[in-house]
Write a protein that binds this ligand. Structure first.
Ligand code: M6R
Length: 611
């Protein structure tokens, strides 16, 4: 989390830094700050709590050609001006930092003994004082940063400037992404390339252990051992096209409505008339799928729920599939069966836990690594043997919507490819594959039909505005859909929402049921419908209020205790992709009633790049 942007130029960099921070604000928005070396070679610092707009309002008079800036997602120390980055030492050196320094306590004690004064509760402040200490011993900025990072344990992406070396930005990376953007007589650093869209189309990716010295006319990169290294120059494909609200009140609403297009584009060129076109996943896909006898899928948050839905598909098709949260996977011992494909799923491709799990998996003997990702220029993509892209387009709302449904359709296509190997049809599809492909093709239209239920969902949402808790129920592949619905509601409306597999209700949560605990259920017309109906009766019998999204042929009808919204009949494999959409809309409209900051909910960030 947190976002870094920095610039060494011949012109005033303040507007570049502010614009870059606005583009990075999705990474964290507790506070923001910048430090610029001005024309008199003074270090000018501006920091403020809240959004980048409030920082911008105090930067009018700031003018200098070298600077660093940061938007923060608090880890150590509450969101407050004194904890905002940059942190400075001796009014001379400034540092911005993404990541977490694990030995900061011990360094803090040592630095206090050297009479450095600490003004924040952050782990970052030790870095700037440590660099200052080394420059006081006679080192230049590059060497002082080099020695300092050798003394740090933990993860960092760093930007450093000193008023004693105007025109120089030092960058360092270990475990927290950092890029160098190349411009005309100016160069930049950023935690992701979207920050630099207006000023640079070319960039280099720093590798772990790298340190770089950037001036307006030069970029030098050194590896962990201090050897000069060349990093590949990449041409960015990012553009500003997708960052407008286009008349919608929130990006989340826009992104829910965009799912029709996003799914169409994710399916495009990958579906033949009756089968999935495996070659569309890349030259290596065929061999990687051939080797995959079983699957291990790792992800976080919404991406984890996509994996959890897909597990039902893979296992239905006879492919063993294990799904785990990345932050847990990283810290366990593993027994890897031969021919296990390691798969990661991530919208951003920058989630630190998922990335660390992948790095660990590479040492464990998996057959290959496959990533399902929405961001081409991301760390996970670079680190995986094969990536299958979701074409959701840029997702800006912190609450993931179109990324989830495009992950699901991508996973279903992968499941179909692996199924062929099980049913012995080689590369050709069979009747069942043809049926799923046909349904996938009609999915965008079905999603549009569900979105047409929005007025009814708005009426339903009114029952949640004054509630503090909600329960979500589903069975089978719709259990993770219930979990995703609960996550959406809690994320943006701040209502405590929990999901249960409906059959588990009687083992405890039924005790919670009363008229103040709305129960949301998804009821597709599948082999578990009758069981689910019994579970819903258990709720009704205890005076619970039910809000059910049900197949129109499921035989569920509204009455005083139950509000049913009908969804058109849909193929069982496709159903989870469809049924999550009304849950997204419900969460959105409840949040709207509660007046929360829907696109940037409190305490969260879009891209989670810390542990
Ligand atoms: O970018 P990723 O898919 O790796 O992100 C994983 C989670 O942080 C993310 O899905 C998070 O749970 C969303 N805010 C959910 O809406």
């Amino acid at each position: 989390m947190c976002g870094i942007v920095g610039a060494a130029s011949g012109r005033d960099v303040t507007p570049i830094l502010i614009d870059g921070l606005k583009r990075l604000e999705y990474r964290g928005y507790d506070s923001a700050g910048l430090a610029v070396i001005d024309k008199k070679c003074d270090l000018v610092l501006r920091r403020s709590v809240g959004r980048v707009a409030s920082l911008e309002s105090i930067c009018d008079s700031v003018d200098g050609s070298t600077g660093i800036a940061h938007t923060r997602w608090a880890t150590h120390g509450k969101p407050a001006e004194h904890n905002a980055h940059p942190h400075i030492s001796s009014q001379t050196i400034a540092v911005v930092h993404n990541g977490i320094i694990e030995n900061h306590q011990e360094l803090r004690e040592e630095l206090k003994e050297k009479e450095f004064t600490f003004r924040s509760e952050t782990d970052t402040e030790v870095i700037v004082h440590q660099i200052d200490w080394h420059t006081q011993q006679g080192l230049d900025l590059l060497n002082a940063v080099q020695i300092t990072i050798s003394e740090l344990s933990g993860a960092y992406g760093l930007g450093v400037v000193s008023k004693k070396e105007p025109g120089v930005v030092i960058a360092a990376r270990n475990g927290s992404p950092l890029l160098i953007g190349l411009g005309e007589k100016e160069n930049f650093i950023a935690s992701d390339m979207s920050a630099l869209i207006p000023v640079s189309q070319k960039y280099m990716v720093m590798e772990d252990g790298d340190i770089a010295k950037i001036t307006p006319s030069s970029v030098e990169v050194f590896d962990r051992q201090g050897n000069p290294v060349e990093r590949q120059v990449i041409i960015s494909t990012l553009s500003d096209d997708e960052t407008e609200l286009e008349g919608y009140a929130h990006f989340m609403k826009k992104e829910i409505h965009e799912q029709t297009r996003a799914i169409t584009e994710t399916l495009e060129d990958r579906l033949g008339s009756k089968s999935v076109i495996e070659m569309a996943f890349g030259d290596e896909a065929q061999e990687i799928f051939d080797r995959a006898k079983e699957l291990k899928i790792i992800a976080c948050g919404t991406s984890y729920y996509a994996a959890s839905v897909a597990r039902y598909w893979f296992e239905e098709f006879g492919i063993k599939c294990d799904v785990e949260i990345a932050s847990e996977y990283r810290y366990r011992k593993h027994v890897v069966n031969e021919g296990t494909l390691f798969m990661t799923i991530s919208q951003s491709g920058e989630t630190l836990d998922t990335m660390a799990a992948l790095e660990m998996a590479k040492t464990l003997g998996y057959s290959n690594t496959l990533c399902i990702c929405n961001v081409p220029e991301s760390s996970l993509v670079r680190a995986s043997d094969l990536t299958i892209f979701t074409h959701a387009g840029r997702e800006i709302g912190v609450a993931s919507t179109k990324a989830f449904t495009t992950q699901l359709v991508t996973l279903l296509m992968v499941a179909i490819c692996l199924r062929r190997r099980k049913v012995g049809n080689g590369r050709a599809g069979d009747a069942m594959e043809a049926e799923i492909v046909k349904e996938l093709r009609s999915l965008p239209q079905m999603i549009d039909n569900v979105i047409d239920l929005e007025e009814d969902i708005i009426s339903m949402s009114k029952h949640f505005g004054n509630k503090e808790h909600a329960l979500f129920l589903g069975r089978g592949a719709h259990y993770p859909i219930a979990m995703e619905g609960a996550l959406k509601l809690k994320e943006i409306s701040y209502i405590h929402a929990e999901a249960y597999a409906a059959g588990e209700l009687k083992h405890g949560p039924l005790a919670l049921i009363d008229e103040d605990m709305p129960v949301v259920a998804v009821a597709p017309n599948d082999e578990l419908l009758e069981k689910l109906k019994s579970n819903l009766e258990e709720v009704r019998a205890r005076g619970g209020k039910l809000f059910v999204f049900a197949d129109s042929q499921a035989g569920l009808i509204s009455d005083e205790e139950t509000m049913v919204l009908n969804v058109a009949p849909v193929n069982n494999y496709i159903a989870p992709v469809l049924y999550v959409v009304p849950l997204q809309l419900l969460a959105y409209h409840v949040a709207l009633i509660k007046g929360t900051d829907i696109d940037k909910p409190r305490n969260l960030a879009k891209s989670v790049t810390v542990e």
